[in-house]
Ligand binder design. Structure first.
Ligand code: AMP
Ligand code: GLY
Length: 417
């Protein structure tokens, strides 16, 4: 079969890498892809949010299955457009994609179906919003309703900061239309963890857990990023916590998906804050995570094409997912300056790497046959190991063999505290 993967990050490289292992796959295209996806797929020069061109490409090239990486095309309704042309697509429809595309929509859903989450209120009017602050203690969290490239969440320590944040979003429109509405939320103090689930209708089948490192510097210092390191599984997910998640979270989400007739087909990525051993949902994403996918794909033993197809046709069963018992760890090399401004186009040198490492590309491109940096997150060096210590020693030994100007990475990924 011919498969099209949409996107250009490490997540998409990991998906292409995993798809390439399926005997059912003859050819993989990746639009637009990166230097790494070109090793296993043919890159197609169409942007990930150009739904019309992607549809034309899939239709004209008789693509058997399209897998959507990022959220933007899903929020734009790419799944609906493909389905309307009888093209098989893995990714939820536009209505479901609001679970990520609108914080207000997802909080309403959680409230209606008793999914444990931070207490919240949403506003479109600045004066009402400022009055609304009085119902919360500090710190509190202010979120723009829409998609803001991961920048729409502001943690405010005082009323002064909170008012300024509300004015920035609702009056100054720093996030444009995406900030026409704001959510004010109680601050949750706990440990974050990610659980990605295959969702087929009202059936929710979780994958193994993962822990993403969001801050740019060691010991969780500095600015928030898209994720600069990750491991799976997260030791937080004990049998007891898994049971609580099943009973208090997954069952309620499933009930909601059914009652609202959502017909979700794809990945629901649940961002948790674990507070005193209780799971609280911080956010939903309706897609694979990055870098979570880079540590989940190497551990997944099942044929991913089967999982995609069974999710779409409704026959997916928990027993279809089988996992490598080993842990998986990835460390992301980033460009100097990331997550703020940075320069692209530095040549990347890679000396020989140990056979048991996998190098996923996040932001690279080939220029006249030479590999160059092309993003803030550049490469994710990944390995399976018997323990996190063993995986760490493999990764950090091999990172010395990769270099580009200004390369940086955290040194504490995989230290389990
Ligand atoms: P979100 O996009 O909603 O996941 O928010 C991005 C990041 O902001 C999360 O990964 C958390 O680190 C932080 N965050 C969001 N909501 C809260 C909250 N209610 N309490 C504490 N931290 C939060
Ligand atoms: N690693 C977090 C995300 O993919 O949104």
């Amino acid at each position: 079969m011919k498969v099209l993967v949409i996107g250009s990050g490490g997540r998409e490289h990991a998906l292409c890498w995993k798809l390439a292992q399926s005997k059912q796959v003859e050819k993989i295209y990746c639009a637009p892809g990166n230097g790494g996806t070109s090793l296993v797929a043919e890159n197609i020069d169409i942007k990930a949010n150009d739904v019309d061109k992607l549809l034309d490409f899939a239709y004209n090239n008789k693509i058997d299955l399209t897998v959507v990486g990022p959220e933007d095309p899903l929020v734009l309704g790419i799944a609906d457009a493909f389905e309307a042309h009888n093209l098989k697509v893995f990714g939820p429809n536009k209505f479901c994609a609001q679970l990520e595309g609108s914080k207000d929509f997802s909080k309403l859903f959680m409230e209606k179906y008793q999914v444990p989450t931070a207490r919240y209120k949403s506003f479109i009017d600045i004066d009402e919003a400022i009055k609304g602050l009085d119902d919360f203690d500090y710190p509190l969290v202010i979120k723009a309703d829409g998609l803001c490239l991961g920048k729409g969440v502001l943690i405010c320590q005082s009323k002064l900061e909170a008012e300024a944040a509300l004015r920035d979003i609702l009056e100054k429109k720093i996030f444009g239309e995406e900030g026409n509405k704001v959510v004010i939320e109680e601050f949750l103090d706990g440990i974050e963890a990610s659980l990605l689930c295959f969702v087929s209708g009202d059936k929710i089948i979780p994958m193994e857990s993962a822990k993403d490192y969001k801050k740019i510097y060691d010991n969780d210092k500095g600015l928030n990023t898209g994720g600069v390191g990750c491991y799976s599984p997260s030791p937080l997910f004990t049998k007891e916590l898994n049971q609580k998640i099943e009973e208090k979270v997954l069952k309620n989400i499933s009930r909601g998906l059914k009652s609202e007739n959502m017909n979700f087909k794809g990945i629901l990525f649940i961002g948790f804050m674990i507070v005193d051993n209780e799971p609280k949902v911080l956010e939903f994403n309706v897609r694979f995570g990055d870098p979570e996918t880079e540590v989940l794909m190497p551990r997944l033993k099942s044929d991913i094409v089967d999982l995609f197809q069974k999710t779409i046709d409704g026959s997916l069963d928990a027993s279809d997912l089988t996992w490598d018992e080993r842990v998986c760890l990835t460390v992301v090399m980033t460009s100097k300056g990331y997550p703020e401004s940075y320069t692209k186009g530095y040549e990347i040198q890679i000396k020989e790497l140990d056979k048991d490492t996998i190098l996923f590309h996040n932001g690279t491109r080939l220029n006249d046959g030479k590999l160059e940096t092309n993003g803030g997150r550049v490469l994710s060096l990944t390995t399976l190991g018997k323990s996190f210590d063993q995986a760490r020693s493999i990764i950090y030994r091999n990172l010395y063999n990769i270099s580009f100007e200004g390369a940086q990475y955290r040194n504490d990924i995989g230290i389990i505290s």
